[in-house]
Design a protein around this ligand. Structure first.
Ligand code: ZN
Length: 289
């Protein structure tokens, strides 16, 4: 038994991204071959669960502390969702996942489709199944948007996760991205001090992709809202700092499941992930001190 464990661990060390891939294998512990019917049943149950699960790569806390190495590939991330947010190895731009395509909004203001072999140090994705929505009007800043969306969440249940897809023409859109970092990596707030780039757009049509995490997620992510944006023509986008609009349509997917993917990488294992970095997270998410 011990020997098998050692072999498995050795395999996990030599195969990159093994920690996450292993979770995708079906759990037949009986030692008996599964029947075709049982296999089908397992597969459909798996599919059912995945659509209603927020899949998270690492922690916002590990990203904030400067762990920017890729943990899974874009191709693997797409198996877990068709909507999402995140970033890329070296925080090389902001990630927007929309309708199954992974976009990379780079520090120079351009947007490209991310290749399948790019890697991801932090992300949240799910499969979007609309549970409800609302027409929003006369929103003058991001805090007003949060208030409206909070009311929607309160009504439906504040202790679930939500992805929101909000489309419209935005009179003002303020987004940021950042220049790719080189090792040794700085913490995210330090990196953004010099390498954040902001972009302001007027009357831009596109989609805001938003994640809501419940209050109890303070140790693994950040409670409340995290917004990214991409234009309809897929040429502009980033992490949303502020916006203004007269009218937009928000649709939400309430999600009761949570799944997390970590790495056995030594640098990751040395991190003190219970350290309170909530002030640094607030700074990097909102530009506020
Ligand atoms: Zn972001």
């Amino acid at each position: 038994m011990k020997k098998i464990l050692v072999i498995l661990l050795a395999a996990a060390m030599t195969v990159p991204f093994a920690a996450c891939s292993a979770q995708q294998q079906s759990g037949n512990n009986s030692g008996q071959p599964e029947t075709a019917a049982a296999q089908t049943e397992t597969k459909s149950a798996q599919t059912e669960t995945d659509r209603e699960t927020i899949y998270q790569v690492a922690l916002l806390q590990s990203l904030t502390q400067g762990y920017y190495d890729g943990i899974i590939k874009v191709s693997e991330l797409k198996e877990h969702g068709d909507i999402g947010i995140g970033t890329f190895e070296g925080v090389n731009g902001e990630m927007i996942v929309l309708d199954g395509t992974v976009y990379q909004a780079l520090g120079d203001g351009t947007v490209q489709e991310a290749a399948d072999d790019k890697t991801v140090p932090f992300s949240n994705v799910t499969f979007f199944d609309k549970d409800g929505g609302a027409e929003l009007s006369d929103i003058n800043d991001v805090n007003a948007l949060k208030e409206k969306l909070n009311a929607m969440v309160e009504e439906n249940g504040k202790n679930l996760f939500y992805f929101v897809k909000m489309s419209g023409t935005f009179e003002k859109m303020n987004v940021r991205s950042e220049i790719k970092q080189e090792k040794p990596y700085k913490t995210l707030d330090k990196a953004l001090e010099t390498d954040q780039r902001e972009f302001n757009y007027d009357n831009i049509t596109g989609t805001v992709v938003a994640l809501y995490c419940p209050d109890y997620m303070g140790g693994l992510n950040t409670p409340g809202w995290h917004f990214h944006f991409i234009s309809d023509d897929k040429t502009k986008g980033g992490h949303l700092l502020d916006l203004q609009f007269a009218k937009a349509t928000a649709e939400y997917d309430a999600t009761p499941g949570f799944d997390m993917c970590l790495t056995d990488n030594g640098d990751f294992q040395k991190m003190e992930l219970s350290k309170d970095v909530s002030d640094a997270i607030k700074k990097v998410e909102t530009n506020e001190e």
